[in-house]
Design a protein. Structure first.
Length: 205
């Protein structure tokens, strides 16, 4: 009798990574179950798929967490108080832009693009990890700006929320442009330009 269930060669972590790339490239809504099963290799059956992951939604949550634990760490430096505030902001921008434009995976940012087309009310729970990640990045920019103001690197009159929004909005724009094929050679000098907004708000030396 043929053995039922998942093949012996089924590598769950590799399957989650393949699903991550597919969701990253196409977004949640546009990725079908048939595409997911095909991407896992070996023609995994529907029963085996559901036995392994439970549902498309559950697999997306795992794939999103895989992204957050790896590629999304490029902005973790925003919370590193061992770095000067300006340096932390610039490092986050450069690392994220470089990651989004590098070959070997879909362009852009899964956090920014992976669930943007999904109706918020219908898929709020599915999108929650990505929504929370975007909020953490925004808060990280605010954290750096506030540190800059407290430490005298930025003027006390700086509009901290507005300045943080400049960097966060820039990073969101990078996701769109990287998806359109814009490379790091363009982003690199653009980051140099946007950091001049920080310098324009410097405190009194």
């Amino acid at each position: 009798m043929a053995q039922m269930g998942r093949p012996r060669t089924f590598d769950r972590q590799a399957a989650v990574e393949q699903a991550m790339f597919l969701f990253w490239q196409q977004g949640y809504e546009s990725t079908s179950l048939s595409q997911l099963k095909a991407s896992l290799g070996g023609g995994i059956s529907a029963p085996s798929f559901y036995a392994a992951f439970g549902s498309k939604e559950a697999l997306f949550r795992e794939a999103a967490q895989c992204y957050l634990d790896t590629f999304a760490l490029v902005t973790a430096c925003l919370w590193d108080d061992g770095l000067a505030p300006r340096a932390a902001v610039e490092l986050a921008l450069r690392q994220s832009a470089a990651m989004q434009a590098e070959p070997g995976h879909p362009p852009g940012c899964m956090v920014a693009l992976g669930c943007m087309s999904a109706p918020t009310a219908e898929h709020a729970a599915v999108a929650a990890p990505l929504t929370a990640s975007r909020a953490r990045t925004r808060a990280g920019f605010v954290h750096c700006v506030e540190r800059g103001m407290t430490g005298g690197e930025l003027s006390a009159q700086t509009d901290g929320v507005a300045l943080a929004a400049v960097f966060d909005s820039f990073l969101s724009g990078v996701a769109i442009q990287a998806r359109d094929g814009v490379g790091y050679a363009v982003f690199d000098p653009a980051i140099t330009q946007v950091m001049r907004v920080w310098d324009a708000n410097r405190g009194v030396e």
